[in-house]
Ligand binder design. Structure first.
Ligand SMILES: Cc1cc2nc3c(=O)[nH]c(=O)nc-3n(C[C@H](O)[C@H](O)[C@H](O)COP(=O)(O)OP(=O)(O)OC[C@H]3O[C@@H](n4cnc5c(N)ncnc54)[C@H](O)[C@@H]3O)c2cc1C
Length: 491
């Protein structure tokens, strides 16, 4: 049996992190850190990246999964932000078509409730224009009767008509993993389940203390000339950080699509907020909430009040569906790492990003969205390259496909791939999966899609155990940890 019961490639990565010196250490393997690592590696920098938990275990596996300009920010006058994100959504669709499935969004208009139809018609035309060279498909308007024919279950009372515009559906955790696969292919050295516990400035950069979570792996020191703090909701807890965050929680629910048979995504309003009903294969994703959060970022969870809010908001617009908590197949809760603005409601806080350097060779990168991660990374790596006095190597991430030509997607596009022994073994050998939850929650994502997936955990733990050499006690512990992470009660 493998002594540490962890994937064999991991010990090589840890010993390289401890023995080599790097141009850049990226702390945080969410989408922002992964994007930074890929960009820097593509420009020829020696890059290391660590995450205290699994890659994508923070906010980047808990989003609404949209590549979007953000239609609602137009109403807030944030035209620059919408244009920036709209251009990025087109770029991401180009470099990772398997992770950007164009999707129509129907936004119905009601008398005396939400934005009027005329405003929506102008808004979606402007939205198309801001994509530069056209959106995935042009937007259009629908009369009241057309809207009713399209969405028979939609509330008819006060309905004036609707518009349809286009964004794309992605798979957030898979976007992180494919970005990291590309970073590693270009030389980045990566370790998940390894926490940065300290960082001291030294003459030629930073000396960083790193502690793997597994007690069988020894803490070590890593030397890097520069460091990027890409720790999302944890960014203001890092040593030397200059960040002030305001965390807001967002919850999503998944229900069967036959309970809410929508051909396109639908936008529903709740006061000044909007929520989405998003078709996802045989399922529908409903969300999200937006409430201030002051607790431990690792403890964020779906509460009964979140479920009640989403069901109430959706049922108001789809009264015949009459969804109840028993319809829910899965839920997830995430934290928006927004740049602090103590005033205003959570939904009013800007989604703009910030890159700051509080000390020479250290950058904090915060805010932004999944959609804008590539641009955030480009700007951060530009700053790092300037600091290192490197000739300005051009950024290539807008052009280089995320997957190498001819590479399969391992069955993982925007829907979870089949849960097979081969898929699990691949995720352990080639995608850094160390624990059962790494496979089930992030790489496979089956737990959110399949009903009663808990029953499959012993079988998957056995498959994983074959690769890494888990005994029965370890398999039981992995199953218990996975259930706990998902908030599933003990078997
Ligand atoms: C509910 C919700 C819906 C959203 N929907 C969308 C959407 O549809 N489209 C969109 O574009 N954006 C969306 N967003 C925003 C988007 O998801 C986030 O902006 C993005 O995922 C943040 O990524 P990140 O890399 O900054 O943070 P994270 O993904 O949280 O990554 C930070 C990582 O740092 C690690 N870390 C922390 N401390 C340490 C340490 N000391 N040592 C090592 N590692 C550490 C953590 O473990 C974590 O993995 C949504 C956000 C939420 C919450």
């Amino acid at each position: 049996m493998n002594a540490s019961a962890l994937p064999p490639a991991r010990s090589t990565a840890l010993s390289r992190l401890a023995s080599e010196s790097f141009d850049l250490l990226v702390v945080g393997g969410g989408i922002v850190g992964s994007g930074v690592a890929r960009d820097a590696a593509l420009r020829g920098l020696r890059v290391a990246l660590v995450d205290q938990q699994d890659f994508a275990a923070g906010t980047s596996s808990r989003s609404t999964r949209l590549l979007h300009g953000g239609l609602r920010y137009l109403a807030q006058g944030e035209i620059g932000l919408v244009r920036e994100a709209s251009l990025e959504k087109k770029i991401l669709h180009r470099i990772a078509p398997h992770l950007g499935q164009p999707l129509g969004f129907v936004f119905p208009a009601y008398r005396g409730e939400g934005p009027p139809l005329w405003q929506l018609r102008i808004g979606v035309k402007l939205y198309d224009l801001l994509c530069g060279g056209g959106n995935f498909e042009p937007s259009r308007g629908f009369s009241r009767d057309q809207t009713r024919a399209l969405l028979p279950g939609l509330k008819a009372d006060g309905l004036r008509g609707a518009v349809r515009y286009f964004d794309a559906l992605t798979n957030d955790a898979r976007l992180v993993l494919d970005t990291l696969r590309s970073a590693a292919r270009h030389g980045a050295v990566l370790a998940n389940h390894t926490r940065l516990t300290g960082a001291n400035p030294v003459a030629d950069g930073w000396e960083c203390q790193l502690t793997p979570n597994d007690p069988s792996e020894a803490p070590f020191t890593l030397r890097a000339r520069t460091l990027i703090n890409a720790t999302g909701p944890w960014a203001d807890r890092m040593p030397h950080s200059s960040v002030q965050l305001r965390l807001t929680k967002g919850v999503h629910l998944v229900v069967d699509r036959h309970r809410l048979p929508v051909p396109d995504a639908v936008v529903v309003t709740e006061g000044k907020r909007i929520l989405f009903v998003i078709p996802w294969g045989e399922r529908v994703i409903l969300g999200t909430t937006d409430t201030d959060y002051a607790g431990d970022p690792a403890a964020v969870a779906t509460e009964p009040a979140d479920i009640a809010y989403i069901l109430r908001s959706v049922n108001e617009f789809f009264p015949t569906a009459a969804l109840v908590p028993g319809d829910i197949i899965s839920t997830w809760a995430g934290l928006r790492p927004l740049v602090a603005n103590p005033d205003g409601s959570p939904s009013d806080i800007s989604r703009a990003h910030e890159i700051r350097s509080p000390r020479p060779g250290w950058w904090d990168i915060t805010g932004g969205k999944l959609t804008t991660y590539r641009l955030m990374a480009e700007q951060a790596v530009d700053a790092v390259a300037r600091h290192l006095g490197r000739p300005p190597a051009p950024c290539r991430t807008a052009l280089e496909p995320l997957l190498e030509p001819g590479a399969g997607t391992d069955g993982s596009g925007t829907l979870p791939g089949p849960c097979t022994r081969t898929a699990v073994a691949h995720q352990v050998r080639a995608e850094w999966a160390c624990h059962l939850a790494d496979v089930v929650v992030r790489r496979g994502g089956w737990c959110y899609y399949e009903r009663d997936f808990a029953a499959r955990l012993p079988e998957i733990a056995a498959w994983m155990g074959e690769v890494v050499g888990w005994d029965a006690a370890r398999r039981e512990r992995e199953i218990a940890d996975c259930r706990a992470e998902l908030g599933w009660s003990a078997a």
